[in-house]
Design a protein around this ligand. Sequence first.
Ligand code: SF4
Ligand code: SF4
Length: 313
Amino acid sequence: MNTQTVLKTLNLDFNNTTPAAKHRRNVVWMQRARHTSQLAFATFILATSVSHHFASEDGSVASIDALCPFGGIETLYRYVASGGQFVPKTHLSNLVLLAGLAIGVLISGGAFCGWVCPFGSLQDLLTSIRKRLHIPEIEVPAKLDAVLRYGRFVVLGLILYQTIANVRLWFADFDPYRTVFGLDWLFAFDPVLNAVTYASAFVVLLASFFVERGWCRYACPLGGAISVLGNFSLLRIRRADDHCKGCAICERPCPVKLHMASMNVVNSNCIGCMACVEACPRHGALELQLHPTWWDGMKKGWDWLRGRNNSKV
Ligand code: SF4
Ligand code: SF4
């Protein structure tokens, strides 16, 4: 293999300066950045967890509970209603992270799920293992999929109700992210006391092995909250009708099974993985753009007002 072929394989062939080649290079580099980011965040959370377990005698290292933006959602009501008190095991750090996440979502939608969340990364790992083993995915029928996606809001509502009513992190016993990355199963394994906790995590991991990003799509309460706020995000992937040939190749790699080929603007369930943009064979058909949907609404309203004023003249 000569040098040029190697560079082409690695997408480092900078001699090719056509807009399509440049665009492709950018997308491939973005994917590499995403995988690096996923690995970095998962490693950071695991390292924090290990340090916490070794330092748990003197409590000098915070647990991963303090590093979760969802803890901010869980404690927000108590913090406001009680004038500054927290649900036990949550801290100011949870509210700060929640504020940071909200800003991130308003900029880039669900990219937190595709670039940061360690539990999302773990599900991607499960999918890649399943693919390597040539085990087929369980395809959820479209109508059932549309209904099941509301599951995230049911879980979110239940958690908020129970947390407010009991003033404790009620979801902690069932949260698969906390169970896996909290590492109690490694440092303080207790199958009797934690039977329900381990069973719920096992079921979620098993389901996510067969259904790609199954937890994210159907049950994650944080993902549900992100998808609501994500409706206002500045960055969106848009499909240009005049460039698209309707082949739907872009839909094949989508981890959350969105039907990009029939949308003009990706919906707020997108996790910003850019796999569709990478897969699309037509340059310019799918692009990440700084173009929020609310801008279209404002423009339409403005055009309507102008049309009305002109018709009065
Ligand atoms: S949907 Fe939930 S579990 Fe999935 S990536 Fe987003 S926050 Fe993480
Ligand atoms: S629509 Fe594209 S960017 Fe969004 S999750 Fe699916 S493949 Fe990833």
